[in-house]
Ligand binder design. Structure first.
Ligand SMILES: NC(=O)C1=CN([C@@H]2O[C@H](COP(=O)(O)OP(=O)(O)OC[C@H]3O[C@@H](n4cnc5c(N)ncnc54)[C@H](O)[C@@H]3O)[C@@H](O)[C@H]2O)C=CC1
Ligand SMILES: O=C(O)[C@H]1O[C@H](OP(=O)(O)OP(=O)(O)OC[C@H]2O[C@@H](n3ccc(=O)[nH]c3=O)[C@H](O)[C@@H]2O)[C@H](O)[C@@H](O)[C@@H]1O
Length: 433
């Protein structure tokens, strides 16, 4: 089937390449000429494991092309809207400027029978508004809402074989078209929920709200563990054995970041207020506050570890991206912590296997070091804030020979505390014993 994907960022570029690999004929559209140039050359403009080869294969088939001209979406039967919905500058609500611009740009190029499919994460009620505009346009095109649940770092697999498909539709025809698009996933008996627009929109934001709440729950437990000498890692393991709770997303540490969880819980709470149901989601403000406190806590531990003298002390910050296997530094706890320590006058040496270029664009004042050993050299304090395997696998004895002071803050529960202590390190575990 001929598809268009409008917005070729972390979500759209993967979606376009993955849909081509499943046999569709795809055009990816983006307003950013640099992104389109790089995708056309089959070079991803961001780091995502597996995307490079997938893009190369897909472009080579001749069934995937990219363009900055929205007119090139004409002729596609299904049009995916995958543009960004960041936090507004003047409030915590979602900024729908890009969704509106993409939708308005697409309208003149739609034909009767086309299906416009929203993938971006939007406030509940957005789809109904767009559907009304589509109806009034007289194009004969229809709207569906099909939220995306992929995780960065696993985006290719999550796109090809998602945990579930959610269709917000108002007709059998829209469902049938989506079934055709997702024939591969359906052949694997992946669950498919067919529902209305509002429920589809809400599944997305409530899933992210639940995940964020789970992380802040365990981080609240970490605060209590720190005050009582309990071990939040063992607590999480014990809780996780209860199948009703589950162990996943119970890793305490510096908390959640990224281009989605933080802005999505804020936008969801803001939408609830608009709906006169602010009290229903008031707890999400607490989830956000607990999360942001974790960043403060690392800075406090660093100050204490250095005896209150942070100025000009050398600190190795291991990690900049918001999670491993990604170069995304949007709302990254790691980058935030590096910037704050630098702001206190520390001589910060920050490193990351993939995130340095994006971090440098945002914070050119930081000192970035490509090589982990160079970042560790002569450090008075080591702060691990993104659990890349190469940091989790550091040898405490070898690392001890590089640094000036054997003090480590394990902001991700990635290190084996006993081994580090045995090697003469003072281990700060943020709630781990
Ligand atoms: N990144 C992720 O892992 C996931 C993201 N989402 C949601 O998907 C949406 C997109 O997120 P990302 O891909 O991360 O954002 P992004 O910022 O990486 O990509 C958005 C792209 O849209 C382009 N764009 C903006 N206005 C446009 C227009 N009028 N026409 C064509 N292109 C336009 C931008 O240039 C950019 O490349 C957001 O709503 C996000 O919440 C949902 C699930 C996963
Ligand atoms: O809407 C989105 O964009 C996506 O947001 C998240 O995916 P992602 O942001 O890629 O990353 P996650 O794996 O969810 O991690 C988010 C943050 O939580 C942190 N985290 C995760 C798990 C945990 O136990 N503890 C913890 O602090 C991670 O380090 C990271 O900073 C959701 O997991 C996806 O399902 C969703 O599609």
């Amino acid at each position: 089937m001929r598809l268009s994907v409008i917005g070729c960022g972390y979500l759209g570029a993967v979606h376009a390449a993955a849909m081509t690999s499943l046999g569709h004929d795809v055009v990816g559209i983006d307003v950013d000429p640099a992104k389109i140039a790089s995708l056309t050359a089959a070079e991803p403009h961001f780091y995502e494991p597996g995307l490079g080869p997938l893009l190369a294969e897909s472009v080579a088939t001749g069934r995937l092309r990219f363009s900055t001209d929205i007119a090139d979406a004409a002729g596609a039967r299904v049009h995916f809207l995958a543009v960004g919905t960041p936090q507004r500058k003047d409030s915590t609500a979602a900024d729908l400027t890009h969704v509106d611009a993409a939708f308005d740009g697409l309208l003149p190029h739609l034909a009767a029978g086309d299906l416009v499919v929203g993938k971006s994460t939007v406030p509940v009620g957005t789809a109904a508004g767009l559907a009304a505009r589509l109806e009034a346009s007289g194009t004969g095109a229809e709207l569906a809402w099909n939220p995306e649940f992929l995780r960065e770092g696993y985006a290719v697999r999550d796109t090809v074989e998602p945990d579930r498909l959610v269709y917000g539709v108002t007709s059998d025809r829209a469902r049938e078209l989506l079934d055709e698009v997702y024939a591969h996933a359906l052949s694997l008996a992946i669950p498919r929920i067919v529902t209305d627009f509002a429920t589809a929109e809400l599944v997305k934001v409530s899933a992210n709200a639940f995940l964020a709440t789970k992380i802040s729950f365990i981080n609240a437990m970490a605060e209590i563990a720190e005050a009582t000498g309990a071990d939040v890692g063992e607590l999480a393991d014990a809780l996780g054995h209860d199948a009703r709770i589950g162990r996943r997303f119970l890793n305490a540490g510096v908390g959640f970041g990224g281009g989605c969880l933080p802005k999505d819980i804020r936008a969801f709470a803001a939408r609830a207020e608009e709906l006169g149901r602010g009290e229903s989601l008031a707890f999400l403000k607490e989830v956000d506050a607990i999360n942001l406190r974790r960043r403060d806590r690392v800075v406090t531990i660093a100050q204490e570890a250095l005896g209150g003298h942070v100025h000009e002390r050398r600190i190795a910050v291991l990690g900049l991206s918001f999670k491993p296997h990604s170069d995304d530094v949007r709302d990254s706890p790691a980058l935030d912590i590096a910037v704050r320590l630098k702001g206190l006058g520390a001589d910060v040496r920050a490193t990351d296997p993939q995130g340095i270029a994006n971090a440098r664009l945002r914070h050119p004042q930081l000192t970035y070091v490509e090589d982990t050993r160079a970042a560790l050299q002569d450090a008075d304090l080591v702060v691990l804030v993104t659990e890349w395997p190469e940091y989790a696998g550091l040898d405490p004895v070898e690392t001890g020979a590089l640094v000036a002071g054997r003090q480590v803050i394990d902001g991700r529960g990635a290190l084996t505390s006993a081994a580090w202590r045995e090697a003469g390190w003072t281990y700060h575990g943020m709630g781990r014993g």
